[in-house]
Write a protein that binds this ligand. Structure first.
Ligand SMILES: Nc1ncnc2c1ncn2[C@@H]1O[C@H](COP(=O)(O)OP(=O)(O)OP(=O)(O)O)[C@@H](O)[C@H]1O
Ligand SMILES: [Mg+2]
Length: 455
């Protein structure tokens, strides 16, 4: 029998919860404040704690922090007032399993308790220092995000991921699912703007055969498919108002009626959402329901654009070089130092996805074993001012560069290629280039070509 500890300063609430829990077949103990609860924890073993947040003395949040700092990992469900979504956010950030809002919905409490008790998965997997669940990054911003993901994944909190296109929102959504108790169940992605409004409800919540033209069989819907797992609502900023209202109701009641159905279906799903819009702004402008926003963004994660974390570029380059060299069966393991410089100065409007495409093309195009600037699909005018350009642009771009720069550039590239082709032998490189060894040595020095960068 699972034992649950209830902490609340109000006698009526303690009694209500105790009766409810015992009726459900759990063992229940009560404490009137956090101190009494700490004593109870010393004396007995509990499987779950349900605690009010607002109490005289130590608050529920302080209590949570204290037991976590003592290494106590029992799941905690916090009770918040309906009017304070901020408390809900703090609860989840503090590592609560979930929260329930006053006034109570008894079915909701039962559901949350049940899922909190279904055993806690072992989470720690060995990880290399610079990647986390296939997400590459070592910038302070990304390390913070990794840390947040670790803390919030095991909770049941709904999560909103915001970031520009190509910043890795889906990657992060999948990581959260994989690290959660829902991992053994489905991760069901739904691209909100890809489904016509008229079909949305039946896609999400299913329908009964014959309800509308085309409904030839019963359909379960994606929420049922994701039961006990996670639903990933991508581009959630695009949801039409009617669907926003329906979704809000499903989140609050944890059940719904399929289109044309008479019976309610219960589901337990974790909702992860993503958007490249500024959803707070959409709330202010009246395009997105505020109450839904708070339900979805219990924990918000904001991924900064790549140009604000350039420190991650070299690591990402390395990762994608390995990936595409393997895929294309090539032996390319580095960028020339100038090519790297070009990348570091670029501002990646398409973020990591664009960088990945650039490296993929680079690996495909490059015939030597090191990527040179002209194999990077960044057009000359997009590069920052100080970068000398290549011969791949238009005539206008070429004349912008000027002949001397263009010649310098060609020389640099030929030298780098010759060196890589000859395994860094200056003697052989000079031969291929049909210049003297001394002249080559001079140019290498003048142009700052770093042989150490070459394989
Ligand atoms: N930190 C990262 N490490 C490794 N790969 C990444 C990282 N971030 C993004 N990617 C890769 O970049 C591509 C785009 O990522 P993803 O689809 O998650 O972006 P998104 O934010 O969902 O973009 P969109 O808003 O356009 O849907 C994917 O191929 C993904 O694997
Ligand atoms: Mg995406």
């Amino acid at each position: 029998m699972s034992k649950i500890l209830v902490i609340d300063d109000e006698l009526s609430m303690r009694e209500f919860l105790k009766i409810l829990l015992e009726k459900e077949g759990y063992g229940a103990a009560v404490a009137a404040n956090a101190d009494a609860a700490l004593d109870a924890l010393e004396e007995d073993n509990f499987d779950l704690i349900i605690s009010d947040i607002k109490m005289p003395g130590l608050s529920g949040l302080d209590f949570l922090e204290q037991i976590r700092s003592k290494g106590i990992t029992i799941p905690v469900i916090l009770i918040t007032a309906y009017a304070s979504p901020e408390d809900a956010v703090l609860a989840m950030k503090g590592g609560a399993y979930d929260y329930i809002t006053k006034p109570f919905n008894v079915d909701e409490i039962k559901q949350i308790i049940h899922s909190a008790l279904i055993g806690t998965r072992e989470l720690s997997k060995p990880q290399s220092a610079d990647s986390f669940q296939n997400i590459i990054g070592e910038s302070p911003a990304m390390l913070k995000i990794f840390d947040l993901i670790k803390r919030i994944s095991p909770t049941h909190a709904n999560i909103l991921i915001q970031g520009e296109s190509g910043t890795g929102k889906e990657l992060i959504a999948r990581a959260i699912h994989n690290l959660s108790k829902a991992a053994a169940h489905q991760f069901v992605p739904i691209i909100c703007n890809a489904i016509p409004e008229s079909l949305f409800e039946s896609e999400m919540f299913g329908h009964i055969k014959g309800t509308f033209t085309g409904a030839i069989t019963d359909k379960k819907g994606l929420f049922v498919e994701a039961n006990n797992g996670s639903v990933f609502l991508d581009e959630v900023g695009e949801l039409r108002p009617l669907i926003q209202t329906k979704l809000l109701r499903v989140i609050q009641e944890r059940e719904f009626k399929p289109v044309g159905g008479a019976h309610r279906v219960k589901v337990n799903v974790r909702i992860i959402t993503a958007t490249n819009r500024d959803l707070e702004q959409e709330v202010i402008s009246g395009h997105f329901r505020e109450d839904l926003f708070y339900r979805l963004a219990v924990v918000p994660i904001r991924i900064p654009p790549l140009r604000e974390r350039k420190g991650d570029v070299p690591l990402l380059v390395d990762h994608f070089l390995k990936k595409y060299s393997k895929l294309f069966d090539k032996k390319i393991n580095a960028l020339s130092s100038y090519a790297m410089e070009v990348l570091m100065k670029y501002d990646f409007p398409g973020n990591v996805r664009e960088l990945e495409n650039i490296i993929e093309r680079g690996v495909a195009l490059e015939s030597s074993n090191i990527i040179l600037p002209e194999s990077l699909a960044i057009s000359a005018h997009k590069r920052a001012e100080s970068s000398p350009a290549t011969f791949h642009g238009s005539d206008d771009e070429l004349f912008d560069i000027g002949m001397e720069n263009a010649v310098v550039n060609l020389e640099k590239n030929m030298i780098a290629k010759a060196l890589s082709k000859t395994g860094n032998s200056k003697m052989k490189a000079a031969e291929i280039l049909k210049i003297s060894f001394r002249s080559l040595r001079y140019k290498i020095k003048k142009y700052g070509i770093k042989c150490a960068d070459l394989p």
